[in-house]
Design a protein. Structure first.
Length: 565
């Protein structure tokens, strides 16, 4: 080792040197290491490549680019893999119970490999919904120099000259059951919605979280909106490999970047873009991993000052590729910074501040229509609303983008599973004015807090959007829209008030006062509590059983290490 040069082997030196580590080095020589490589920092390329989803099917190629970048910058890189669950494929059946737990598996597996192999830095590359927060949770925990790269968004599908996407497929099912389209048209939608590689195209969860991580400062500026098939995506990955070695040289660690102010920047961008309600769960969990005190109240505080300015699906017109062609996330951030809504002094993985990065970024392109004028917002405040009341003492979240009504009152139609609800909707048992309640599907009760995209899409397809409300202790896909409230906490299975609801109870939801209440006397509630018994666990062994035992409330991000410190 050149004694005049800084030793970047902050963890791997325990393997790289010493007689006692001859066996360790023998193993690494078998995968291509040389004498020179043992003098370099070992860089892990955490790839979420998989053939089970278009979101991640191209990431093997991107991982090799990141490896080349790290090698050319003086690192000794190695690719390793973790899992992904395709939410669009898992949706609507028992597979969805594994989606949110997969976030923890991803985080745990990256942490396990990185710490076992004593890697000095990480480039993590994600795609489908849970890979981005899973990668960032592990990065926050390990706190070694790291860069995240998003695999990119899918192109919109085309059908009869119109853009469609995966949500179009879900909504087509509702239209089919309503008799609005026939078998042939349904099949045409199925075959056209997803044209190739990349994550779901609207401002759904994958694109929401990629944008949030860019605002957080943990990914290359612009990378969250670069499409999966763009040639520049490979260059971004190569840059990430170079960048992680630079972070080692500059002693810049994730927790130097992932500060409270940086999370406020992330929330600001999510609100401006009208992102997914899953951002609550994932940003809370990422903050927890980095030792940052973040709560639902912080989301609400930031929301008050941030207008919703992106006309994007599911409630709007455009997809992520349209935003990319309009200037991308950096152009939106530049606008928000100019309006005084971002902390410009936050550090990023470039080694520069947010403000320094944005000074070099172009603004929104003239004539673009995705981002509306700042003084003519879609909504004057962020559309992701925290609600509380006697039905959700710890909180619940609602996405009010695209909603013309702000208040809904109606009788509860209570279901204890998604399957029960689906059957009722298909059989026209859910009527206009009902408040549909799906409970026992929270983090512990699901277990795994399944998304209700199939339900919300069927409601839309049935022509009931805005005519019924939906409440659940589960969650919603970023593709869901309608008068829907999720993440109700405490959840039913731990004795939360949603578990005490009965058919016919009058529920009032008011997004202006941010109240969600049901009209039952305290005496009646107390009687119901006495008669309530906790449901038996649905799983007593395996991944879901472990998850149910460990997972926290959704109001705390549904993390699995809350009480282990």
């Amino acid at each position: 080792m050149d004694k005049t040069k800084k030793d970047l082997r902050i963890k791997s030196k325990v393997i790289s040197e010493g007689v006692n580590r001859v066996p360790n080095r023998s193993m690494l020589r078998a995968v291509g290491f040389t004498d020179e490589d043992f003098k370099k920092p070992m860089i892990g390329i955490a790839s979420t490549w998989s053939e089970v989803t278009p979101c991640n099917v191209h990431i093997d190629r991107l991982a090799r680019e990141a490896k080349d970048g790290a090698r050319e910058s003086g690192g000794a890189p190695m690719i390793f893999n973790t899992i992904t669950v395709a939410d669009g494929i898992a949706m609507g059946h028992e597979g969805m119970f594994y989606s949110l737990p997969s976030r923890e598996v991803i985080a745990d597996s990256i942490e396990t490999v990185t710490n076992a192999e004593r890697l000095d830095g990480i480039v993590a590359i994600g795609g489908c919904d849970k890979t981005t927060p899973g990668c960032l949770i592990s990065i926050g925990r390990m706190n070694i120099p790291s860069v995240y790269v998003y695999g990119g968004t899918i192109q919109p599908g085309k059908l009869d000259g119109e853009d469609i996407d995966i949500v179009s497929s879900f909504e087509a099912v509702g239209q089919y059951h309503e008799g609005k389209i026939d078998d042939e048209q349904l099949h045409r939608v199925e075959c056209s919605a997803c044209p190739g590689a990349g994550a779901c195209g609207g401002m759904y969860t994958a694109n929401t979280m990629a944008s949030a991580v860019e605002a957080l400062g943990m990914s290359i500026p612009g990378s969250s909106s670069t499409p999966a098939i763009a040639d520049y995506k490979e260059q971004e990955c190569k840059q990430a490999g170079e960048m992680v070695v630079n972070l080692l040289e500059k002693d810049i660690y994730p927790r130097d970047i992932m500060t409270k102010e940086a999370f406020e920047n992330a929330i600001t961008v999510v609100m401006a873009l009208g992102g997914s309600t899953n951002a609550f769960l994932h940003l809370l969990a990422m903050a927890h991993s980095a030792g940052v005190d973040l709560s639902l109240d912080d989301f609400e505080r930031v929301r008050q000052n941030v207008p919703h300015i992106a006309d994007m699906k599911p409630s709007g017109k455009y997809v992520m590729q349209d935003l990319y062609e309009s200037g991308g996330v950096p152009a939106v951030m530049k606008l928000l910074l100019e309006e005084g809504l971002l902390h410009g002094d936050c550090l990023t993985v470039t080694g520069k501040t947010v403000a320094e990065n944005l000074a070099e970024a172009p603004g929104l392109k003239e004539g673009q229509k995705v981002i509306v004028p700042f003084d003519q917002p879609i909504k004057p405040k962020g559309p992701l609303v925290v609600m509380k009341g006697n039905l959700a003492p710890e909180g619940a979240v609602a996405k009010m983008s695209g909603q013309k009504i702000s208040r809904f009152e109606g009788p509860a139609r209570v279901f204890n599973s998604e399957a029960e609800t689906t059957e009722a909707i298909v059989n026209d048992e859910v009527k206009e004015g009902d408040v549909v309640v799906i409970r026992n599907v929270g983090p512990k009760g699901g277990p795994g807090m399944p998304e209700m995209l199939s339900i919300t899409a069927m409601i839309v397809g049935k022509g009931l959007n805005g005519k019924v409300a939906l409440i659940t202790d589960g969650r919603f896909s970023g593709g869901s829209h309608g008068f829907v409230i999720g993440h109700v906490a405490p959840e039913a299975v731990v004795g939360g008030p949603i578990g005490l609801l009965e058919n016919g109870d009058m529920i009032t939801i008011d997004s202006e006062t941010q109240q969600i209440n049901f009209d039952v006397t305290e005496e009646e509630l107390e009687e119901r509590r006495r008669n309530w018994t906790r449901p038996e666990p649905k799983h007593k062994t395996g991944v879901l059983a472990k998850y149910a035992r460990l997972v926290s409330s959704s109001a705390k991000g549904a993390v699995t290490d809350l009480d282990l410190d």
